[in-house]
Design a protein around this ligand. Structure first.
Ligand code: HEM
Length: 248
């Protein structure tokens, strides 16, 4: 068993490893920051921040973290830290509480449609869906601020332009979107924030990352973020061996 001192030291190390890795990754492709932030949102909105979003059986890491620190933080915490660092490395900082456990239940496809908000949602739908997560209109505005980084695909907005332009749309905005999407079947992307596409410069707060988190026996700390421990006995064994080795 780790004592508090060792645990805090190891968690600080996990955070520094993640930040260092992300710095390298974003140097090559800053667009990954937006992807990681959105991943955290999609994780949290469907059955809480339990990293069920990663359960695809693809045998992903987190190899470096486990190798150097053991299995001290959950995949859900790693997703939350990566989202926070994506915001930090593009412009703003916020505190993230740790201690989430990884979920042992897959998210059902139907549930993702219930919980997530599609690109065609109007304000009412957005507010109704957020209210289910105990978020109000002020939260909706703050969370929308996350679109200060990243890109949108024409498939997300083509229906508002063709066959007839949505009359509620700002005309100048619609005109500029039509330059990106001149025909209904155009495959293209546009920056969500055209003035500073890779800079996190809006108001944003972190409550997203605290939605329905699992604690204690409600969850686990996965040895492999893309598979439940019960599906992955050998990996758990290897990770625990490594951890024991580290603590010797
Ligand atoms: C609640 C209502 C929301 C709606 C309707 C919404 C909708 C969308 C849409 C349509 C896109 C473009 C997807 C594409 O065409 O590829 C997008 C991208 C994005 N969203 Fe949201 N979103 C919402 C909330 C959030 C929240 C809460 C966050 C973060 C906390 C977030 C973070 C992002 C980011 C970072 C991107 C860019 C992704 C990338 O570049 O890879 N969104 N969102």
């Amino acid at each position: 068993m780790l004592n508090w001192h060792e645990l805090i030291y190891k968690i600080a190390k996990v955070e520094s490893i993640i930040r260092k890795e992300l710095k390298k990754i974003f140097k090559k492709d800053v667009g990954r920051a937006a992807g990681l932030l959105r991943l955290h949102f999609h994780d949290c909105f469907v059955q809480g921040c339990d990293s069920s979003v990663l359960l695809d059986g693809s045998a992903g890491g987190p190899k470096i973290v486990h190798k150097q620190c053991g299995r001290v933080v959950s995949c859900s915490d790693i997703v939350a830290i990566a989202a926070r660092d994506s915001v930090f490395l593009t412009g703003l900082d916020y505190d993230v509480l740790l201690g989430r456990r990884d979920g042992v239940n897959f998210a059902r496809v139907n549930q993702t449609f219930v919980d997530l908000v599609g690109p065609d949602a109007n304000t009412t739908t957005i507010l109704v869906k957020l209210a289910r997560k105990k978020l109000d209109a002020t939260d909706a505005v703050a969370l929308s601020g996350s679109h200060t980084i990243g890109i949108g695909h024409t498939t997300s907005f083509t229906d508002r332009l063709y066959p007839t332009q949505d009359p509620t749309m700002d005309k100048t905005f619609a005109k500029s979107l039509k330059r990106t999407c001149p025909k209904p079947d155009t495959r293209n992307t546009t920056f969500l924030d055209i003035r500073s596409p890779n800079k996190f410069d809006n108001n944003f707060h972190d409550q997203d990352g605290e939605l329905n988190v699992l604690t204690g026996k409600q969850g686990e700390i996965r040895a492999n973020c893309s598979a439940r421990n019960s599906d992955n006995k050998l990996l758990v064994y290897v990770a625990e061996e490594e951890m024991d080795h580290l603590l010797k």
